[in-house]
Design a binder for this molecule. Structure first.
Ligand code: ADP
Ligand code: MG
Length: 412
């Protein structure tokens, strides 16, 4: 959300930005003002829109989209970037997305959906296997099981744990190998256009080891996606997704984020869809965007995406290194004072905030992932060097980050 607000604030067409509830980054961003309203308090958001004469709403996270914020806020002269509840189910239900993909012949892992733990367990005969909670789980719903016992425990967790109770299904999926890539695309419901392809590092440990996180770093554009491969992703994934949404009568205006596994032989398969900009990939992607962001978002809302000239990108690459609280993705402490941001930015990086807030005059940590230190360079080595130079200026107690963001590219 900070990256979105940062990009919007650069445009002369954008007068003022209200961030609800915002964070320590949007608190000091030019043109931005934090308003302490929860993203799920729809009546209060509607009131704010009326009081402030807001013309464009950009919905950042998935939860309000899945709850139908776009449907709720609809009113004449208000543009809302983000799908309706009917479209957001693409992310909010993995079993729905699997049916959707199979109907549209979109390449994806083989899978089966179960509503009972016993039948789910009987289905598992080989490992590794992937166990997915059906509903939104804030990145904590998927287990790549390497033993049968682990798979069974994951199934028990889904049926007995505290996932979305209305939605007690599990998707069991074939384990795919290859490289993961995120292709975020903009759609107005009629046309779909990809942004630069990105890759993130999901695992907490260097060398891509340890438990998955929301993302420990990302970069764009990834050289894994050649122009030919992007053309086949457009043809095999993005176009059929849009066509099938239309076929189902879903008017989707927002981001379709395809999480892809690219097989060793270069075949893309969809792991999942998200219905919004994804973190941390959005940080390097928007760092390279030259077309004013609000032009793109408004074109999506007004169904004029086909009329826009090609999206303009700054040449080069962007690398984002996430600074996390020690202990994340397990237990961690909040409230640590953060210092050195100005110095880091003076080194040529942009610092996007995630879990931060102001307490009195101090910027303090307020989440597992705290900051995304992002730098642009003419090549990977330069961008990475700039990002890590900036990282060295930032401090907070327990700060943890991976030192190898982007190393996959450099190794290749
Ligand atoms: N079929 C699969 N094969 C291998 N790894 C997978 C598969 N599905 C998911 N994963 C791994 O699990 C991660 C999370 O899965 P994903 O479907 O993206 O769910 P979410 O982002 O909602 O947690 C993926 O980024 C990937 O690393
Ligand atoms: Mg994912």
């Amino acid at each position: 959300e900070h990256a979105i607000a940062w990009k919007l604030s650069q445009s002369s067409q954008v007068q003022q930005i209200f961030c609800t509830p915002g964070n320590g980054g949007t608190a000091t961003q030019a043109k931005c003002q934090n308003i302490p309203i929860s993203v799920t308090d729809f009546p209060a958001l509607k009131q704010l829109i009326d009081d402030q004469n807001i013309s464009l709403v950009v919905v950042g996270p998935e939860v309000p989209l899945a709850l139908g914020i776009t449907d709720y806020l609809q009113q004449p002269n208000l543009k809302i970037f983000g799908p309706t509840k009917a479209g957001a189910i693409l992310e909010a239900s993995k079993s729905w997305a699997k049916d959707f993909m199979s109907e549209a012949n979109i390449p994806t892992a083989k899978s089966a959906t179960f509503t009972k733990a016993e039948t789910a367990k009987e289905y598992i005969t080989e490992i590794p296997i992937v166990i997915k909670a059906d509903g939104l789980a804030a990145g904590k719903g998927v287990t790549v099981a390497t033993t049968i016992e682990m798979a069974h425990n994951a199934i028990d967790d889904i049926f007995q744990g505290d996932f979305d109770k209305k939605n007690q299904s599990v998707v069991i999926e074939e384990f795919l190998t290859g490289q993961e890539v995120s292709v975020l695309a903009l759609t107005d419901g009629l046309t779909i256009r990809p942004l630069l392809p990105a890759q993130d590092h999901k695992q907490v440990g260097e060398g891509d080891t340890g438990p998955n996180t929301g993302g420990m770093g990302a970069y764009a554009p990834t050289p894994i996606i050649t122009p030919e491969l992007m053309a086949s992703i457009q043809q095999q994934v993005l176009e059929p997704t849009l066509t099938n949404l239309q076929k189902r009568g879903i008017d989707y205006r927002g981001v379709i984020y395809a999480g892809l596994m690219i097989s060793p032989t270069g075949e893309p398969k969809v792991l999942e869809f998200n219905c919004r900009f994804g973190d941390p990939e959005t940080q390097p992607i928007l760092s390279l965007l030259e077309t004013p962001l609000e032009e793109l978002l408004l074109a999506c809302c007004e169904q004029r995406l086909a009329e826009l000239p090609p999206i303009k990108w700054r040449p080069g690459v962007a690398v984002c290194v996430v600074l996390a609280s020690g202990g994340y993705p397990g237990d961690y402490e909040k409230g640590k004072i953060i210092s050195g941001i100005e110095k880091a930015e003076a080194n040529g990086a942009t610092i996007f905030h995630a879990g931060t807030k102001f307490q009195a005059e101090n910027l303090i940590t307020d989440g597992g992932r705290v900051l995304g230190v992002t730098a642009v360079g003419s090549n990977f080595t330069e961008a990475k060097t700039k990002a890590y130079a900036a990282v060295n200026s930032v401090q907070f107690e327990g700060m943890y980050y991976r030192r190898d963001i982007g190393s996959r590219v450099l190794m290749n």
